[in-house]
Design a protein around this ligand. Structure first.
Ligand SMILES: [Zn+2]
Ligand SMILES: [Zn+2]
Length: 294
């Protein structure tokens, strides 16, 4: 103890500071700098500002970055923009998938804390970003005849029961609820949350290293609509933490449409672009199970 204390007041303050530091680590997870303000973000303001949104040209349907490979297969759609190869060859059962940012750096850090470190408070800042991407998708699409409405049934991608019990919560439910809270603060949204309308019947193995068709087979029968009345004739907003290969979003959307949903819109906090996914599949899967889709 080399600290020199001059007054009882200072001593109390020092003890309180130590306690606060113990229970609420005050360093930014990305840069190690001090966390300013009493927010619930594990990232400092500068690192939050630095979170990367998607800069490349994106497929208007699924949000895949159109790199050189994508550009070769791209197709201009009249009045809409550009489609990637997979969306052109097998149009997804959802209208559009949008993500706030790239699954990298601070975004990846926050999603990992939410999923594997029981830090459910991270859902607050992530949910706020998700609200922004949903709002942007609506504004972009809303003007068109077949665009996105503001009267939506909101459903999070479900976890298998055993996994949810282990984790204590479904991170996508937390994100969806935060996003709904954020959107309801602005006029015009009519959002009904119906997470239990979609259920996961069993757990799934990692999707990595599987071909697109093997992935689809792996997910067959995994999701079911438990409450068709909640989605029938309605537009659904499907929420997940991260969009990886799109197999989950496609399969959930397929069963929702089959149960009568008129349209499905997909919103995720992050998007793993193709090259990242390819790298994961060739690397050893991380011990934290980062590459496991569920
Ligand atoms: Zn920082
Ligand atoms: Zn696409």
């Amino acid at each position: 103890m080399s600290r020199v204390l001059k007054s009882p007041g200072q001593m109390v303050r020092a003890v309180v500071d130590d306690l606060v530091t113990t229970f609420f680590p005050a360093d930014c997870r990305v840069c190690g700098g001090p966390l300013t303000g009493a927010g619930l973000s594990p990232l400092c303001t500068r690192c939050l500002d630095d979170l990367r949104t998607q800069e490349a040209e994106l497929c208007v349907r699924c949000g895949e970055a159109l790199d050189l490979d994508g550009l070769r297969f791209r197709q201009q759609v009249e009045g809409q923009g550009v489609l990637c190869g997979p969306c052109r060859m097998a149009p997804p059962p959802f209208e559009r998938a949008a993500a706030w940012g790239v699954y990298a750096d601070g975004m990846r850090e926050m999603i990992q804390m939410l999923k594997y470190e029981h830090m459910d408070t991270v859902a607050r800042p992530l949910g706020a970003l998700l609200a922004r991407v949903i709002d942007a998708m609506q504004k972009e699409q809303g003007g068109q005849a077949e665009g996105m409405g503001r009267d939506l049934v909101v459903i999070a991608v479900p976890l298998f029961k055993a996994r949810q019990r282990r984790r204590g919560y479904n991170q996508s439910v937390l994100l969806a609820d935060e996003a709904v809270r954020g959107l309801k603060a602005s006029e015009g949204w009519r959002l009904r949350v119906a997470h239990s309308a979609l259920v996961r019947m069993r757990g799934t193995e990692s999707q990595f290293g599987l071909s697109a068709s093997a992935r689809r087979r792996n997910l067959r029968g995994v999701f079911a609509v438990a409450d068709p009345a909640a989605v029938s004739g309605r537009e659904v907003l499907l929420v997940d933490d991260i969009y990886t290969t799109g197999a989950t979003a496609r399969e959930c959307s397929r069963v929702l449409r089959q149960a009568g949903a008129s349209k499905v819109w997909v919103a995720t906090a992050a998007r793993a672009q193709k090259e990242t996914v390819a790298r994961w599949s060739s690397e050893t899967l991380s011990a934290r199970g980062e590459a496991v889709l569920v």
